[in-house]
Design a protein around this ligand. Structure first.
Ligand code: SAM
Ligand code: MD0
Ligand code: SF4
Length: 362
């Protein structure tokens, strides 16, 4: 019977994944088509057991500092695209960035993610505007020794080196898709290869790398499988997927909302393909309410923790859960507990990144 065949195929694929035998393209495509409730639950269960093998029950947490919402780009999916003039933008001062970072460290996050749009103020004169930001990073690092991620778009390579020397550990720049044609409709006017190349350069310099996907933007399962392969080739240390949230006053505002089923399945498949990597459950997509289902699918990092009253924004959800304090460690901890998970310590996190950096040490 067809149903039995499908079940035995699924069991066979999951059996291979559990033994960490690399899955073939047709097997990955099969997994992305799983829709029966019980079958999806099986995929998630295997993903969780692989997470446990590498990370026990520990979950990492990242503080998010969106320090400038100005941007020179026109990404079709993004609220912060240059021509959106319905928006009140901000650029935080060095002191404000420091203060927010310190409060997040104090609260107990494992990493600070410093994110901005491609703010022309920083990018002017081949990146000369980054000089003060580099000093700010240095100050945060000196006073806290916290791991730091930079998500500032396609930063010039020499500036990336300066950031590395100042204490940046991670470079995050999401391709969204590895299908160049789809990319050109999403990241309007931005060079596909240049973005990929900067990630390879960052890895060469010795930075850890996060690669990310958007789903619900016209991507197919074949595109998603291609992306997994590209992530493997990049040796991405952290891999993510987020569901597209339509934004008012942007070209994609009338795209229909997608169910979260695909995002969750891809999180699980990422765990099967990259069992030892970091995979975020972002609070930016569905807030605190969406956390348990992402952890249940095999994610092991909670990202986009934002202090209330900081005047800071989210990316895919500008204000969701921020002022009411729902993006804090205090709110996350009980959800982890319900999932049988615990907050990882700074030592746990530093041990992971140290071991990961040593893998690629030149
Ligand atoms: N400006 C830099 C850049 O684009 O690389 C750094 C910001 S980056 C963290 C912004 C990311 O948020 C995008 O790469 C995209 O994956 C995600 N994002 C933006 N708008 C979104 C939306 N409407 N729905 C879901 N995710 C979105
Ligand atoms: C997040 N809002 O983790 C952040 C952002 C940028 N490195 C990450 C998309 O959800
Ligand atoms: Fe700018 Fe980044 Fe938004 Fe694109 S995704 S418009 S680069 S902030």
């Amino acid at each position: 019977m067809a149903v039995d065949l499908a079940t035995s195929t699924l069991d066979e694929i999951l059996g291979k994944a559990a033994k960490e035998i690399p899955l073939k393209r047709n097997e990955l495509l099969f997994l992305l088509q799983v829709s029966d409730h019980k079958d999806v639950a099986k995929v998630f269960k295997t993903a969780r057991s692989l997470r446990e093998r590498y990370f026990k029950n520990k979950i990492f947490t990242y503080g998010f500092v969106y320090f400038s919402t100005y941007c020179r780009n026109e990404c079709a999916f993004c609220l912060y695209r240059k021509s959106n003039n319905t928006l009140q933008r901000y650029r935080k001062t060095d002191m404000e960035i420091m203060k927010t970072a310190l409060s997040l460290v104090e609260a107990g996050v494992n990493l600070i993610d410093l994110t901005m749009g491609e703010d022309p103020f920083f990018f002017m004169n081949q990146g000369a505007g980054f000089a003060r930001m580099v000093r700010t990073v240095e100050m945060i690092k000196k006073s806290t020794n916290i791991p730091i991620m930079l998500s500032a778009g396609v930063v010039p390579e020499d500036i990336l080196i300066e950031f590395k020397e100042a204490g940046v550990d991670w470079y995050a720049t999401y391709q969204e898709t590895h299908n160049p044609e789809l990319y050109s409709k999403l990241r309007l006017g931005q060079d596909f290869e240049e973005r990929m190349e900067r990630k390879r350069a960052a890895k060469q310099i010795g930075l850890l790398l996060e690669e990310g996907l958007l789903t619900g933007v016209g991507d197919t399962d074949a595109d998603l499988v291609d992306s997994l392969e590209e992530m493997r080739k990049l040796s991405s240390d952290q891999v993510r997927i987020m569901s597209f949230i339509p934004q008012k006053d942007t070209p994609m505002q009338n795209f229909s909302q997608v169910s979260r089923a695909k995002e969750l399945l891809v999180i699980a498949v990422m765990r099967l393909v990259f069992p030892d990597r970091l995979i975020p459950a972002s609070l930016d997509v569905d807030g605190l309410n969406g956390l348990a289902e992402r952890l249940n699918a095999g994610a092991n990092v909670v990202t986009s923790i934002i202090p209330p009253e900081s005047g800071l924004a989210g990316v895919s959800n500008q204000s969701l859960d921020i002022e009411d304090g729902n993006r804090t460690l205090g709110k996350i901890a009980p959800i982890l507990e319900e999932c049988g998970l615990v907050l990882a310590s700074r030592d746990d996190y530093e041990e992971w990144i140290q071991q990961r950096k040593e893998l690629f040490a030149i």
